[in-house]
Design a protein around this ligand. Structure first.
Ligand code: DC
Length: 227
């Protein structure tokens, strides 16, 4: 693939901090940002609303190909003009996303969406298969991990801060179940891509992780300008 702009991929399981790191990196570089999980979440949400299950893979693929989705450039996700940014962030939408993400027709339909984000001056792409499948020629690949307990604890803190009533034990169980599905599906399972820098962040702060990632990016792309 001949890419029109440089690409940095950041993959990892839910709660690994990849979204925060990817967003921060895109802001520092002044590059575009792709939250690929949001695409799967929108398909999951739409499928639930319309009662389409993974037993109808063709219908799910059509849904993913034709959904009236738009990002407003300021982090809001619009579906047919309606702001669904909060609706796609719930645990329910995350689980629905993980289910539709195992359907090959959905993944296939989303390849085109995802590759259309590559524009100068560059793209930071966050997901599960960014470095392994969608952008195998990326200039820099990062794979972030953390233990399931740590990831559930981070999520618990975030949800509590939003005033939501959640239980740590059920969050941990849900994270494990989602990991299991994302790692073991037959298409594009969650794996560390070849040549990726792996960062195990269980005992690291976000700033420490960001510095580690930044060192790698500076080594690989020495001529970059920073904000
Ligand atoms: O990163 P996230 O939690 O928003 O992702 C939601 C679900 O979407 C996740 O459980 C698996 C799926 N997903 C995927 O299969 N491939 C991606 N590139 C991104 C997300």
């Amino acid at each position: 693939m001949n890419s029109p702009a440089p690409i940095i991929t950041i993959d990892g399981p839910s709660g690994s901090g990849k979204g925060t790191i990817a967003k921060r990196l895109a802001d520092r570089l002044g590059w575009h940002f792709l939250d690929s999980g949001a695409l799967y979440r929108v398909v999951g949400l739409l499928a639930e609303q319309r009662g389409i299950t993974p037993d109808s893979p063709g219908m799910l693929g059509d849904l993913a190909r034709t959904m009236p989705l738009r990002f407003d450039g300021e982090g809001r996700v619009l579906l047919d003009g309606e702001d669904v940014s909060d609706a796609i962030r719930t645990e329910k939408a995350g689980n629905a996303a993980s289910k539709v993400a195992a359907v090959p027709q959905v993944r296939e339909a989303l390849v085109i969406w995802q590759r259309s984000y590559v524009k100068p001056p560059g793209l930071v792409a966050d997901g599960r298969d960014m470095g392994s499948v969608i952008f195998p020629g990326a200039e820099v690949k990062i794979f972030l991990t953390a233990s399931a307990e740590e990831r559930a604890a981070r999520r618990y803190k975030q949800l509590k801060e939003k005033g939501l009533d959640v239980r740590l034990a059920s969050l941990t169980a849900e994270i494990r179940e989602r990991d299991e599905r994302d790692r073991n599906r037959s298409v594009a399972p969650l794996v560390a891509p070849a040549a990726a820098l792996e960062v195990e962040s269980t005992n690291m702060s976000i700033d420490e992780v960001f510095d580690r990632v930044l060192d790698r990016v500076k080594d690989a792309l020495p001529n970059l300008t920073w904000n």
